[in-house]
Design a protein around this ligand. Structure first.
Ligand code: SF4
Length: 195
């Protein structure tokens, strides 16, 4: 994996501050289609379905606006540990799949401007939307996980828990931080508020 990992022309981020790690604890980032093979291979899986069944969940994803319509773009996200943290978060707060971590983690941090995060979100969600339109592997895996009731915890509850944790952390960037997670509603054609 090159040191300068880029996706959609955006360089990855490298922050592991307390605020960024809180996202790993409450709202792990979403995968984009190209993450599937990369993470599966890194974890030693030859079969992406087996990888998905053992490591991923089906999330409601993001609600976005496009051409005046409200669209829901379901996403794949990491499974959770018993306390709700991402299954790849290790005891020392490091990511077990750091070099291939999902786009929703690796290309965002709480220190970006909202405009920067929105632009990145737009690119990631557009790639996922294309998979849904084409009936690609990403969409098929989501459908299988959803049918098996392997669903991500409630986005709204997670956001509430994250907000509380950020408040307890004493952050001054509470709203900014919460605006950069999987379950938000980044712009997709038109700006729309968070859910
Ligand atoms: S995959 Fe890694 S960076 Fe992403 S939420 Fe999990 S532990 Fe955090």
């Amino acid at each position: 994996m090159p040191a300068t990992r880029t996706t959609f022309g955006f360089p990855h981020t490298e922050c592991a501050c307390d605020e960024c790690v809180l996202n790993c604890r409450f709202i792990p980032g979403y995968l984009i289609p190209s993450d599937l093979a990369a993470i599966a291979a890194e974890r030693g899986y030859e079969n992406v379905l087996a990888f998905a069944l053992e490591n991923l969940l089906a999330s409601p994803g993001a609600t976005v606006m496009a051409a005046g319509e409200v669209l829901q773009i379901p996403t794949l996200v990491p499974q959770r540990q018993a306390d709700g943290a991402c299954r790849f978060l290790m005891a020392d707060n490091r990511c077990a799949i750091h070099t291939v971590s999902p786009y929703g983690c690796s290309h965002f941090d709480v220190h970006q401007s909202n405009a920067e995060a929105d632009e990145r979100s737009l690119a990631g969600l557009a790639a996922i939307a294309r998979e849904w339109k084409a009936g690609g592997l990403y969409a098929r895996l989501w459908t299988i996980l959803h049918a098996m009731k392997r669903e991500a915890p409630s986005p709204l509850e997670n956001k509430a828990r994250l907000k509380k944790a950020l408040f307890n952390l004493g952050t001054k960037q509470l709203d900014h931080s919460v605006a950069k997670n999987d379950y938000d509603t980044p712009p997709y054609g038109e700006q729309r508020g968070t859910n």
